[in-house]
Design a protein around this ligand. Structure first.
Ligand code: FDA
Length: 307
Protein backbone atom coordinates (compact mmCIF):
# COMPACT_ATOMS: atom_id res chain seq x y z
CA UNK A 1 0.00 0.00 0.00
CA UNK A 2 2.70 2.49 1.08
CA UNK A 3 4.83 1.33 -1.83
CA UNK A 4 1.97 2.00 -4.28
CA UNK A 5 1.35 5.47 -2.79
CA UNK A 6 5.02 6.40 -3.02
CA UNK A 7 5.22 5.17 -6.60
CA UNK A 8 2.12 7.21 -7.47
CA UNK A 9 3.71 10.25 -5.79
CA UNK A 10 6.83 9.64 -7.89
CA UNK A 11 4.75 10.59 -10.95
CA UNK A 12 2.94 13.59 -9.37
CA UNK A 13 4.19 17.11 -10.24
CA UNK A 14 2.54 18.51 -7.06
CA UNK A 15 4.35 16.06 -4.79
CA UNK A 16 7.54 16.71 -6.71
CA UNK A 17 7.28 20.46 -6.09
CA UNK A 18 6.58 19.93 -2.39
CA UNK A 19 9.43 17.49 -1.85
CA UNK A 20 12.07 19.13 -4.01
CA UNK A 21 11.48 22.62 -2.58
CA UNK A 22 12.12 21.56 0.98
CA UNK A 23 15.75 22.19 1.97
CA UNK A 24 15.27 19.52 4.65
CA UNK A 25 15.17 16.70 2.10
CA UNK A 26 18.72 17.34 0.92
CA UNK A 27 20.44 15.29 3.61
CA UNK A 28 18.26 12.25 2.90
CA UNK A 29 18.61 12.59 -0.87
CA UNK A 30 22.40 12.70 -0.51
CA UNK A 31 22.36 9.14 0.75
CA UNK A 32 21.17 7.90 -2.66
CA UNK A 33 22.35 10.62 -5.08
CA UNK A 34 26.08 11.26 -5.36
CA UNK A 35 25.91 14.96 -6.30
CA UNK A 36 23.98 17.68 -8.11
CA UNK A 37 26.80 18.23 -10.60
CA UNK A 38 29.45 16.17 -12.33
CA UNK A 39 32.19 18.08 -10.51
CA UNK A 40 30.66 17.11 -7.17
CA UNK A 41 30.30 13.49 -8.32
CA UNK A 42 33.81 12.88 -9.71
CA UNK A 43 35.45 12.48 -6.26
CA UNK A 44 32.78 9.88 -5.35
CA UNK A 45 33.51 7.97 -8.57
CA UNK A 46 37.25 8.14 -7.91
CA UNK A 47 36.77 6.73 -4.42
CA UNK A 48 34.39 3.95 -5.47
CA UNK A 49 36.55 2.81 -8.37
CA UNK A 50 39.41 2.02 -5.98
CA UNK A 51 37.90 -1.45 -5.44
CA UNK A 52 34.63 -1.43 -7.43
CA UNK A 53 33.25 -0.57 -10.84
CA UNK A 54 30.52 2.01 -11.41
CA UNK A 55 27.70 2.71 -13.83
CA UNK A 56 26.84 6.41 -13.80
CA UNK A 57 23.31 7.71 -14.35
CA UNK A 58 22.71 11.36 -15.25
CA UNK A 59 19.32 11.72 -13.57
CA UNK A 60 16.27 12.63 -15.62
CA UNK A 61 13.28 10.79 -17.04
CA UNK A 62 9.93 11.43 -18.71
CA UNK A 63 11.16 14.52 -20.55
CA UNK A 64 8.49 16.43 -22.44
CA UNK A 65 10.32 18.11 -25.35
CA UNK A 66 13.04 17.30 -27.85
CA UNK A 67 15.28 20.11 -26.64
CA UNK A 68 15.41 18.60 -23.15
CA UNK A 69 16.31 15.25 -24.72
CA UNK A 70 19.24 16.70 -26.62
CA UNK A 71 20.44 18.46 -23.45
CA UNK A 72 20.49 14.99 -21.83
CA UNK A 73 22.67 13.71 -24.68
CA UNK A 74 25.06 16.66 -24.16
CA UNK A 75 25.25 15.87 -20.43
CA UNK A 76 26.14 12.22 -21.16
CA UNK A 77 28.73 13.21 -23.78
CA UNK A 78 30.30 15.59 -21.28
CA UNK A 79 30.20 12.89 -18.58
CA UNK A 80 31.85 10.30 -20.84
CA UNK A 81 34.57 12.73 -21.91
CA UNK A 82 35.26 13.44 -18.23
CA UNK A 83 35.41 9.70 -17.41
CA UNK A 84 38.05 9.36 -20.16
CA UNK A 85 40.05 12.43 -19.09
CA UNK A 86 40.10 11.39 -15.44
CA UNK A 87 41.23 7.86 -16.26
CA UNK A 88 38.01 6.37 -14.87
CA UNK A 89 36.66 4.78 -18.07
CA UNK A 90 38.18 1.31 -17.52
CA UNK A 91 36.00 0.96 -14.40
CA UNK A 92 33.09 3.25 -15.26
CA UNK A 93 30.25 2.89 -17.74
CA UNK A 94 26.96 4.81 -18.00
CA UNK A 95 23.29 3.89 -17.53
CA UNK A 96 20.66 5.67 -19.60
CA UNK A 97 16.86 5.92 -19.46
CA UNK A 98 15.22 6.13 -22.87
CA UNK A 99 12.45 8.36 -21.49
CA UNK A 100 15.17 10.95 -20.87
CA UNK A 101 16.16 10.67 -24.54
CA UNK A 102 12.69 11.31 -25.95
CA UNK A 103 11.07 7.84 -26.11
CA UNK A 104 7.68 9.13 -24.90
CA UNK A 105 7.48 12.10 -27.26
CA UNK A 106 4.40 11.77 -29.50
CA UNK A 107 6.18 12.43 -32.79
CA UNK A 108 8.84 9.85 -33.68
CA UNK A 109 9.79 9.34 -30.01
CA UNK A 110 11.31 5.89 -30.58
CA UNK A 111 13.44 7.05 -33.51
CA UNK A 112 14.60 10.11 -31.56
CA UNK A 113 15.51 7.99 -28.52
CA UNK A 114 17.42 5.55 -30.76
CA UNK A 115 19.37 8.38 -32.47
CA UNK A 116 20.19 9.92 -29.10
CA UNK A 117 21.20 6.59 -27.55
CA UNK A 118 23.43 5.97 -30.57
CA UNK A 119 25.25 9.27 -29.95
CA UNK A 120 25.82 8.25 -26.32
CA UNK A 121 27.12 4.82 -27.40
CA UNK A 122 29.54 6.53 -29.81
CA UNK A 123 30.83 8.79 -27.02
CA UNK A 124 31.21 5.73 -24.76
CA UNK A 125 33.07 3.78 -27.42
CA UNK A 126 35.41 6.75 -27.97
CA UNK A 127 36.64 6.46 -24.36
CA UNK A 128 36.55 2.64 -24.34
CA UNK A 129 33.50 2.01 -22.20
CA UNK A 130 29.90 0.83 -22.48
CA UNK A 131 26.28 1.89 -22.05
CA UNK A 132 23.49 0.01 -20.28
CA UNK A 133 19.90 0.96 -21.12
CA UNK A 134 17.78 1.07 -17.95
CA UNK A 135 14.31 -0.49 -18.01
CA UNK A 136 11.29 1.64 -17.08
CA UNK A 137 7.60 0.73 -16.68
CA UNK A 138 6.10 -2.17 -18.65
CA UNK A 139 4.51 0.04 -21.32
CA UNK A 140 8.05 0.72 -22.57
CA UNK A 141 9.53 -2.80 -22.42
CA UNK A 142 9.02 -3.73 -26.08
CA UNK A 143 10.26 -0.37 -27.37
CA UNK A 144 13.28 -0.46 -25.04
CA UNK A 145 14.31 -4.00 -26.02
CA UNK A 146 13.84 -3.13 -29.67
CA UNK A 147 16.16 -0.12 -29.32
CA UNK A 148 18.76 -2.18 -27.41
CA UNK A 149 18.60 -4.76 -30.20
CA UNK A 150 19.25 -2.06 -32.82
CA UNK A 151 22.07 -0.49 -30.79
CA UNK A 152 23.75 -3.89 -30.41
CA UNK A 153 24.23 -4.12 -34.20
CA UNK A 154 26.90 -1.38 -34.05
CA UNK A 155 27.66 -1.45 -30.30
CA UNK A 156 27.47 -5.14 -29.35
CA UNK A 157 28.39 -4.54 -25.71
CA UNK A 158 25.30 -2.38 -25.02
CA UNK A 159 23.65 -3.69 -21.86
CA UNK A 160 19.96 -4.47 -21.39
CA UNK A 161 17.96 -4.56 -18.14
CA UNK A 162 15.28 -7.15 -17.38
CA UNK A 163 12.87 -7.02 -14.44
CA UNK A 164 12.08 -10.32 -12.70
CA UNK A 165 8.65 -9.08 -11.58
CA UNK A 166 7.36 -9.10 -15.17
CA UNK A 167 5.73 -12.36 -16.24
CA UNK A 168 7.37 -12.06 -19.69
CA UNK A 169 10.93 -11.85 -18.38
CA UNK A 170 11.84 -15.54 -18.45
CA UNK A 171 11.17 -15.53 -22.19
CA UNK A 172 13.14 -12.28 -22.59
CA UNK A 173 16.06 -13.88 -20.71
CA UNK A 174 16.04 -16.77 -23.20
CA UNK A 175 16.08 -14.30 -26.11
CA UNK A 176 18.92 -12.30 -24.59
CA UNK A 177 21.08 -15.20 -23.36
CA UNK A 178 23.23 -15.04 -26.50
CA UNK A 179 27.00 -14.66 -26.97
CA UNK A 180 28.27 -11.18 -26.12
CA UNK A 181 25.07 -9.93 -24.49
CA UNK A 182 25.20 -8.08 -21.18
CA UNK A 183 22.00 -8.38 -19.15
CA UNK A 184 21.31 -6.72 -15.82
CA UNK A 185 18.66 -8.65 -13.92
CA UNK A 186 16.79 -6.67 -11.23
CA UNK A 187 13.50 -7.26 -9.39
CA UNK A 188 11.80 -4.17 -10.87
CA UNK A 189 11.00 -0.80 -9.30
CA UNK A 190 7.67 0.36 -10.77
CA UNK A 191 4.06 -0.22 -9.70
CA UNK A 192 2.86 -2.76 -12.25
CA UNK A 193 -0.58 -4.41 -12.58
CA UNK A 194 -1.05 -8.12 -11.81
CA UNK A 195 -1.92 -8.74 -15.47
CA UNK A 196 1.73 -8.24 -16.42
CA UNK A 197 3.66 -8.60 -13.15
CA UNK A 198 3.99 -10.81 -10.08
CA UNK A 199 2.83 -8.73 -7.11
CA UNK A 200 3.83 -11.16 -4.39
CA UNK A 201 7.45 -10.76 -3.17
CA UNK A 202 8.05 -14.53 -2.96
CA UNK A 203 6.81 -14.95 -6.53
CA UNK A 204 9.14 -12.18 -7.72
CA UNK A 205 12.06 -13.90 -5.95
CA UNK A 206 11.21 -17.25 -7.56
CA UNK A 207 11.04 -15.59 -10.96
CA UNK A 208 14.41 -13.92 -10.25
CA UNK A 209 16.01 -17.32 -9.63
CA UNK A 210 14.48 -18.87 -12.77
CA UNK A 211 15.67 -15.92 -14.86
CA UNK A 212 19.13 -15.89 -13.33
CA UNK A 213 19.57 -19.60 -13.99
CA UNK A 214 18.85 -18.99 -17.69
CA UNK A 215 21.38 -16.13 -17.83
CA UNK A 216 24.07 -17.97 -15.85
CA UNK A 217 23.69 -21.12 -17.97
CA UNK A 218 23.82 -19.07 -21.20
CA UNK A 219 26.83 -17.66 -23.05
CA UNK A 220 26.25 -13.97 -22.15
CA UNK A 221 27.47 -11.77 -19.29
CA UNK A 222 24.93 -11.67 -16.41
CA UNK A 223 24.80 -8.58 -14.17
CA UNK A 224 23.19 -9.59 -10.88
CA UNK A 225 21.48 -6.41 -9.63
CA UNK A 226 20.12 -7.05 -6.15
CA UNK A 227 20.90 -6.37 -2.48
CA UNK A 228 18.90 -9.39 -1.35
CA UNK A 229 21.36 -11.61 0.59
CA UNK A 230 19.43 -14.79 -0.23
CA UNK A 231 19.44 -14.07 -3.96
CA UNK A 232 23.12 -13.17 -3.76
CA UNK A 233 23.88 -16.60 -2.24
CA UNK A 234 21.82 -18.29 -4.96
CA UNK A 235 23.63 -16.25 -7.62
CA UNK A 236 27.00 -17.46 -6.30
CA UNK A 237 25.73 -21.04 -6.35
CA UNK A 238 24.37 -20.72 -9.92
CA UNK A 239 27.61 -19.14 -11.13
CA UNK A 240 29.62 -22.01 -9.61
CA UNK A 241 27.24 -24.65 -11.04
CA UNK A 242 27.56 -23.09 -14.49
CA UNK A 243 31.38 -23.22 -14.16
CA UNK A 244 31.71 -19.46 -14.47
CA UNK A 245 34.92 -17.61 -13.64
CA UNK A 246 34.70 -14.42 -11.52
CA UNK A 247 35.22 -12.21 -14.57
CA UNK A 248 32.30 -13.71 -16.53
CA UNK A 249 29.52 -12.05 -14.49
CA UNK A 250 29.18 -9.22 -11.98
CA UNK A 251 27.13 -8.01 -9.02
CA UNK A 252 25.49 -4.61 -9.15
CA UNK A 253 24.10 -2.51 -6.29
CA UNK A 254 22.80 1.02 -5.85
CA UNK A 255 24.85 3.90 -4.47
CA UNK A 256 24.06 4.25 -0.75
CA UNK A 257 22.45 0.81 -0.38
CA UNK A 258 24.11 -2.10 1.46
CA UNK A 259 27.61 -0.65 1.16
CA UNK A 260 28.69 -3.32 3.66
CA UNK A 261 27.69 -6.06 1.20
CA UNK A 262 29.33 -4.23 -1.68
CA UNK A 263 32.63 -4.07 0.22
CA UNK A 264 32.42 -7.69 1.40
CA UNK A 265 31.86 -9.01 -2.14
CA UNK A 266 34.66 -6.82 -3.54
CA UNK A 267 37.00 -8.05 -0.77
CA UNK A 268 36.24 -11.64 -1.81
CA UNK A 269 37.46 -10.82 -5.34
CA UNK A 270 34.00 -10.55 -6.90
CA UNK A 271 33.37 -7.86 -9.50
CA UNK A 272 30.97 -5.32 -7.99
CA UNK A 273 29.50 -2.38 -9.91
CA UNK A 274 27.77 0.47 -8.10
CA UNK A 275 24.96 2.36 -9.85
CA UNK A 276 25.77 6.02 -9.17
CA UNK A 277 23.10 8.63 -9.99
CA UNK A 278 23.84 12.34 -10.05
CA UNK A 279 22.12 15.53 -11.21
CA UNK A 280 19.33 17.81 -10.10
CA UNK A 281 16.41 15.73 -11.45
CA UNK A 282 16.54 13.27 -8.56
CA UNK A 283 12.87 13.22 -7.56
CA UNK A 284 11.56 10.11 -9.42
CA UNK A 285 14.68 8.07 -8.65
CA UNK A 286 14.59 9.08 -4.99
CA UNK A 287 10.91 8.21 -4.55
CA UNK A 288 11.49 4.72 -5.99
CA UNK A 289 14.27 4.20 -3.44
CA UNK A 290 11.88 5.23 -0.64
CA UNK A 291 9.24 2.84 -1.97
CA UNK A 292 11.67 -0.06 -1.79
CA UNK A 293 12.04 0.15 1.95
CA UNK A 294 9.46 1.45 4.45
CA UNK A 295 12.19 2.35 6.98
CA UNK A 296 13.52 4.91 4.48
CA UNK A 297 10.12 6.59 4.43
CA UNK A 298 9.99 7.10 8.20
CA UNK A 299 13.50 8.53 8.11
CA UNK A 300 12.54 10.86 5.25
CA UNK A 301 9.23 11.95 6.84
CA UNK A 302 11.09 12.92 10.03
CA UNK A 303 13.51 15.07 7.98
CA UNK A 304 10.73 16.63 5.89
CA UNK A 305 8.46 17.63 8.74
CA UNK A 306 11.13 18.31 11.34
CA UNK A 307 11.13 22.05 10.59
P1 FDA B 1 14.67 -6.01 -1.94
O1 FDA B 1 13.85 -4.83 -2.31
O2 FDA B 1 13.99 -7.23 -1.45
O3 FDA B 1 15.78 -5.56 -0.92
C1 FDA B 1 16.68 -6.47 -0.30
C2 FDA B 1 17.42 -5.72 0.81
O4 FDA B 1 18.23 -4.69 0.21
C3 FDA B 1 16.49 -4.96 1.77
O5 FDA B 1 16.08 -5.78 2.82
C4 FDA B 1 17.37 -3.83 2.22
O6 FDA B 1 18.28 -4.27 3.20
C5 FDA B 1 18.16 -3.50 0.99
N1 FDA B 1 17.52 -2.45 0.16
C6 FDA B 1 16.95 -2.59 -1.06
N2 FDA B 1 16.52 -1.40 -1.53
C7 FDA B 1 16.82 -0.50 -0.57
C8 FDA B 1 16.65 0.92 -0.49
N3 FDA B 1 16.07 1.63 -1.46
N4 FDA B 1 17.08 1.54 0.64
C9 FDA B 1 17.69 0.85 1.64
N5 FDA B 1 17.90 -0.49 1.60
C10 FDA B 1 17.47 -1.15 0.51
N6 FDA B 1 14.74 -1.27 -11.44
C11 FDA B 1 14.09 -1.07 -12.62
O7 FDA B 1 12.87 -1.20 -12.66
N7 FDA B 1 14.80 -0.71 -13.74
C12 FDA B 1 16.14 -0.58 -13.76
O8 FDA B 1 16.73 -0.27 -14.79
C13 FDA B 1 16.84 -0.82 -12.53
N8 FDA B 1 18.20 -0.69 -12.46
C14 FDA B 1 18.85 -1.10 -11.31
C15 FDA B 1 20.24 -1.13 -11.28
C16 FDA B 1 20.89 -1.63 -10.16
C17 FDA B 1 22.39 -1.69 -10.16
C18 FDA B 1 20.14 -2.09 -9.05
C19 FDA B 1 20.82 -2.67 -7.84
C20 FDA B 1 18.78 -2.00 -9.05
C21 FDA B 1 18.11 -1.49 -10.16
N9 FDA B 1 16.73 -1.38 -10.19
C22 FDA B 1 16.10 -1.14 -11.38
C23 FDA B 1 15.96 -1.45 -8.92
C24 FDA B 1 15.47 -2.85 -8.62
O9 FDA B 1 14.46 -3.20 -9.54
C25 FDA B 1 14.90 -2.96 -7.19
O10 FDA B 1 13.83 -2.09 -7.05
C26 FDA B 1 15.92 -2.66 -6.11
O11 FDA B 1 17.18 -3.16 -6.43
C27 FDA B 1 15.49 -3.30 -4.76
O12 FDA B 1 15.40 -4.69 -4.91
P2 FDA B 1 16.41 -5.76 -4.27
O13 FDA B 1 16.69 -6.76 -5.32
O14 FDA B 1 17.58 -5.10 -3.68
O15 FDA B 1 15.54 -6.52 -3.20
Amino acid sequence: MLRTLLLLAARSPRCRDFVTRSPLTRGVVRRFVAGDTLDATLPVLRQLTADRHVTVDYLGEDITDAEQASRTVDAYTHLLTALGEHGLAPRAEVSVKLSALGLALPRDGAQLALDHARQICEAAEAVGTTVTVDMEDHTTTDATLDIVHQLRVDFPRTGAVLQAYLRRTEADCRDLAVPGSRVRLCKGAYDEPATVAYRDRAEVDRSYVRCLRILMDGPGYPMVATHDPRLLRIAAFLARSAGRSADSYEYQMLYGVRTDLQAALADRGERVRVYVPYGEQWYGYFMRRLAERPANTAFFARALFAG
